[in-house]
Ligand binder design. Structure first.
Ligand code: FAD
Length: 338
């Protein structure tokens, strides 16, 4: 009979939650650690308690091309934590665009409901979560691992395996000392930043689309967040994402300077000035050339890596990467007869 293991998953984004759920379903004891106060990572929503305002400021939507992920999204839909979003979508190349003549091809786009964090929080609800825990170092004593966190120092539990479901630079910091070969792979991934600007309006914005890919200037994507299913349509909210190279070049700008450049670009596209705005800087939004390893697993150390950067990028790639790492563990455990 297969032995059951104590496993630490560090990172409660969709990759870590996917991996932890699969391992827990197989009977292993899994504990998930994240530095944030909530699960979901870059599938993120900014919220305001007093008036219910919210805006997805990380992942905007996800697609499901792989049958396993499509089945998972169907499960999320069944649970009411995801739904299809069918925005009127445009592709803008210059200010004199014709929104109706440049529609991208048909594609099913999904979002979390009532916000992008919902699928991750739903998965986290069945897991043993340790939030507000920034893992700073991994210690190996004999065959087991112990974690050291910034908030609590050395943590008590010992783990048979540690899985890092983190953006590459954060995985690099934790693997450098105990696993230089894994660290070298993490060092090879170049992750890029992204400025996000959330805009609030007190009346509907008169633009002939709900979302647009922007192919020139500082902006890459703009969307009427309030057009997504499950949102309050009375709170007109738009989200602007800056283009990756532009974001990288302007990453150290004060938020108000980045915001004023992005608002000027929105105005060129016909967008009005908002009543209020909030800026967010993503330091590790995407990977310049995501790897295609799927995941990485060192069977001697019992240390593994998963995440979007190892599997083509995006929500679907991250979820599949978590599944692949769980499958690697199963075959590693089976091969060693444990
Ligand atoms: P993450 O979601 O980054 O999860 C990693 C987790 O690790 C985080 O919760 C973090 O808090 C935690 N962590 C980090 N360091 C530590 C530590 N030392 N200790 C403890 N915890 C730690 N994808 C799409 O499919 N469609 C889109 O439209 C889309 N748009 C995007 C737009 C932006 C601006 C951004 C930022 C991302 C976008 N993505 C999009 C990408 C998508 O969000 C990611 O591919 C996916 O969410 C990555 O999941 P992950 O689990 O690999 O990583």
């Amino acid at each position: 009979m297969t032995r059951l293991f104590n496993i630490a998953v560090i990172g409660a984004g969709i990759a870590g939650l996917s991996c932890a759920s699969a391992l827990q379903a197989a009977g292993h004891r899994v504990q998930v650690f994240d530095k944030s106060r909530g699960a979901s990572g870059r599938m993120s929503t900014r919220r305001r308690a007093d008036d219910g305002w919210q805006c997805d400021h990380g992942a905007q939507y996800f697609t499901a091309r792989d049958p396993a992920f499509a089945a998972e999204v169907a499960r999320w839909q069944q649970a009411g934590v995801a739904a299809m979003w069918s925005p009127r979508i445009a592709v803008l190349n210059d200010p004199s665009y014709d929104a109706t003549s440049r529609q991208p091809g048909p594609l099913d786009r999904f979002v979390g409901t009532p916000r992008m964090t919902a699928p991750g929080q739903w998965l986290a609800g069945s897991l043993d979560m340790s939030l507000g825990t920034t893992v700073q170092r991994l210690h190996r004593g004999g065959p087991q691992w112990q974690l050291e966190s910034a908030e609590q120092g050395l943590l008590d539990p010992r783990f048979d395996a540690v899985l890092l479901a983190l953006p590459a630079p954060q995985a690099l910091a934790l693997t450098e000392s105990p696993a230089p070969a894994l660290a070298a792979v993490a060092a090879s991934a170049q992750m890029r930043g992204c400025w996000a600007l959330m805009l609030q309006f007190d009346s509907p914005v008169d633009l002939p689309f709900d979302a647009a890919f922007v192919n020139s200037g500082p902006l890459r994507w703009i969307a009427r967040d309030s057009s997504k299913p499950g949102r309050d349509p009375g709170l007109e909210t738009w989200l602007l994402h800056a283009e990756a190279e532009w974001s990288e070049a302007h990453l150290e700008l004060p938020p108000d300077e980045a915001a004023s450049l992005m608002l000027a670009a929105f105005a060129v596209l016909g967008g009005p000035a908002p009543q209020t705005w909030t800026a967010h800087r993503w330091r590790y939004a995407d990977t310049r050339e995501p790897r295609l390893d799927g995941c990485l697993w060192d069977d001697d150390l019992r240390l593994g890596l998963c995440g979007d950067w190892l599997n083509g990028g995006k929500v679907e790639g991250a979820w599949l990467s978590g599944q692949r790492l769980a499958a690697q563990l199963f075959s590693g455990f089976a091969a060693t007869g444990t």
